[in-house]
Ligand binder design. Structure first.
Ligand SMILES: Nc1nc2c(ncn2[C@@H]2O[C@H](COP(=O)(O)OP(=O)(O)OP(=O)(O)O)[C@@H](O)[C@H]2O)c(=O)[nH]1
Ligand SMILES: [Mg+2]
Length: 250
């Protein structure tokens, strides 16, 4: 990947998104002039080939990073961000391929970082934000999971699990994104935690999140348990650090 002067790179992890990915790429190109990096884990449904054929046809600045097998969302983002940062300093956007994240919000997310924020979060839980078509249980889990994470870790953001975000390259370097270990929702929480701890200026942009219509969810009990365990672990290490810094007085 070469840095070509474009303002931002949109990094999209994909696993079996053949039914969504072309519409997504069309949608992005219709609203912003950005570079697109798809990180595909050898999707059996041929997602990577579809992206490459589309890129040839439309002549857009679209690259596929092909990985040998399904290795999880967190490693896909780490690989994608590292690739972008190697080529230079550009804003990194992350978004899902399943059309839950409307490209219409890209200009607002990118502008927020251009105007001085270290990160902008597409937020479902600020005034103006919404979720469409989620079952009650999923809504409950997401809302209370967010409250739990923010409360335990003092995050002062309303949607720490959102996967639709933009980061300044300086923030990604400062928080050493390559060393983030979590997957799934845990990845979003760990990134938010590191950003907040590093003193980042974070802006939340209200979004309407739409449940996926095509393709299968990769959400699992394992991902939820991992996120819950991560919040508890981070809470514990935060407390230890505070105690250490205050010389054991608390
Ligand atoms: N490269 C890669 N991408 C993945 C992997 N797991 C999920 N993704 C992609 O990450 C994005 C988010 O995954 P989703 O399955 O939509 O997860 P979710 O949004 O929590 O769940 P649903 O929207 O209900 O399906 C999508 O673009 C997926 O294709 C993976 O192991 N590797
Ligand atoms: Mg999704």
């Amino acid at each position: 990947m070469e840095s070509n002067g474009r303002r931002a790179v949109v990094v999209i992890p994909t696993y079996n998104e053949a039914g969504n990915v072309e519409r997504l790429l069309e949608g992005i190109r219709a609203v912003v002039d950005v570079e697109i990096l798809v990180v595909d884990d050898a999707s059996p449904d041929g997602t990577a080939d579809i992206v490459e054929r589309y890129a040839e046809r439309c002549g857009g600045d679209i690259t596929v990073l092909r990985r040998p097998g399904k290795s999880g969302l967190g490693t896909a983002y780490r690989a994608g961000f590292s690739e972008v940062l190697r080529a230079g300093d550009r804003i990194c956007v992350q978004m899902d391929a399943d059309l839950s994240h409307d490209p219409a919000y890209l200009p607002a997310l990118i502008s927020a970082v251009e105007l001085g924020a270290d990160a902008s979060l597409g937020s479902r839980y600020v005034p103006g934000g919404r979720i469409e078509n989620w079952p009650r249980l999923r809504l409950f889990l997401s809302r209370w999971g967010n409250r739990y994470a923010a409360g335990m870790l003092g995050l002062a953001v309303n949607d720490a699990t959102s996967g639709y975000r933009a980061y300044s390259p300086h923030l990604l370097r400062r928080i050493d994104v390559g060393s983030v270990r979590a997957e799934g929702y845990g990845f979003q929480i760990e990134m938010t935690h590191r950003a907040v701890r590093s003193g980042a200026r974070i802006v939340e942009v209200p979004i309407t999140f739409v449940d996926r219509v095509v393709g299968e969810s990769k959400l699992s009990h394992h991902i939820i348990n991992e996120a819950f365990g991560l919040v508890n672990r981070l809470w514990f290490t935060d407390r230890l650090l505070r105690r250490f810094r205050s010389g054991g007085r608390r």
